[in-house]
Ligand binder design. Structure first.
Ligand SMILES: [Zn+2]
Length: 204
């Protein structure tokens, strides 16, 4: 069904997601002040882009996105409500998210990024974090996240600070993997594929 009066004529797609070597990914995002219609539009765009990406990937789920990944320098993060179910298209919105406490232990595990296609890394993260953010109505709320969800928050909040997951493992020759067409991870040749890769580490 179609309807008239829809102001946003262009729906965002996976092609609106910026990827390395785009230098914007290493810029700091700004705090959201008032939650304006523009902010709400950015959130809708983030969801649309993530779900379109998700639909195009056979072996992966788009679990979360930060606004900078659609080239909007705002501290906004969306996290999939149930990332174990590709059919669940709901997201929770975190505006100006902040980690207030790191807990648990450091665990190195796999993560990937919609802005770093096909590269996976084994990144050390805290196993538990407490997060404070605003919801879509500007009301503050807090969550405690453990395990993979804690990893998601650390990854996404890094994006709001201009940090990409590979920056944590830059000097670790054992940490980089590539997703094969069979859906399995294979090690990458650090010296050949990673160390001097100008897409991953653009100059300037
Ligand atoms: Zn990412």
């Amino acid at each position: 069904m179609h309807r008239f009066g829809y102001t946003n004529t262009e729906v965002m797609t996976k092609d609106d997601i910026i990827t390395l070597p785009n230098t914007h990914l290493r810029q700091k995002s700004q705090r959201v002040g008032i939650i304006t219609p523009e902010v709400k539009q950015i959130i809708a765009d983030m969801k649309a882009a993530t779900l379109d990406w998700d639909a195009s990937r056979e072996h992966e789920v788009g679990v979360a996105l930060a606004a900078i990944q659609i080239d909007k320098l705002y501290r906004i993060v969306i996290v999939r409500e149930d990332y174990s179910d590709k059919k669940n298209h709901g997201f929770t919105v975190f505006i100006n998210p902040e980690i207030t406490k790191y807990e648990g232990e450091m665990i190195a595990d796999f993560e990937g990024c919609l802005s770093v296609p096909n590269v996976y890394g084994k990144v050390p993260r805290y196993s538990k974090v407490r997060v404070k953010a605003l919801d879509i109505n500007g009301k503050q709320f807090r969550v405690t996240a453990e395990d993979f969800l804690a990893r998601i928050f650390q990854h996404e909040i890094d994006h709001t600070k201009g940090k990409v997951f590979i920056d944590h493992i830059k000097d670790d020759p054992e940490a980089f993997y590539r997703l094969g067409e069979n859906g399995k991870l294979a090690t990458l040749d650090y010296e050949k594929d990673i160390k001097n890769n100008a897409d991953l580490w653009p100059k300037g």
